[in-house]
Design a protein around this ligand. Structure first.
Ligand SMILES: [Cu+2]
Length: 116
C-alpha cells in the first residue's frame, strides 16, 4: 500500500514553507520525523517552516480525526538532492492536485442519498 500513496518531494538542506489549508474539514499535517504538525482548516491558511537535513523516505499522515477516510490519509515524503528535486518538479503539471484525492464527490453523493 505504501507504494501507491501520494509522495511529496522536498529538497535536502533547503528551507521549505508549507501553505496549509483544507477544502472540506479540519485535518492536521503531520510528518512525525519532522517533529512538527499543524492544523489544516477550511477558509484559513496556516504555515509551517522547516529545513530537511537528510535524504530519505519518511511517512506522513493526518493527525486530526477528520471522518470516514481519516485512516487512509497517509502519504510519503521523499527528501532528495537538489537535481532530483528539480527533475521531479518538471514532471508535475502546474504543481496542483487534480481531483484524484478529493473526497467531496463522495460526501455529495451521501448528502443526496440521505436528502441532507
Ligand atoms: Cu484525518
Amino acid at each position: 500500500m505504501v507504494d501507491t500513496l501520494p509522495t511529496l518531494y522536498l529538497p535536502v538542506d533547503q528551507s521549505v514553507e508549507f501553505e496549509l489549508t483544507s477544502r472540506d474539514v479540519i485535518h492536521s499535517f503531520w510528518v512525525p520525523a519532522f517533529l512538527q504538525k499543524r492544523d489544516m482548516v477550511p477558509g484559513r491558511t496556516n504555515y509551517m517552516y522547516l529545513t530537511p537535513q537528510e535524504t530519505g523516505t519518511f511517512h506522513g499522515k493526518c493527525a486530526e480525526l477528520c471522518g470516514e477516510y481519516h485512516s487512509n490519509m497517509l502519504f510519503n515524503v521523499e527528501v532528495v538532492e537538489e537535481d532530483e528535486f528539480v527533475e521531479h518538479l518538471e514532471t508535475l503539471e502546474e504543481g496542483h492536485l487534480d481531483d484524484t484525492y478529493d473526497r467531496n464527490p463522495n460526501l455529495h453523493d451521501q448528502a443526496t442519498i440521505t436528502g441532507g
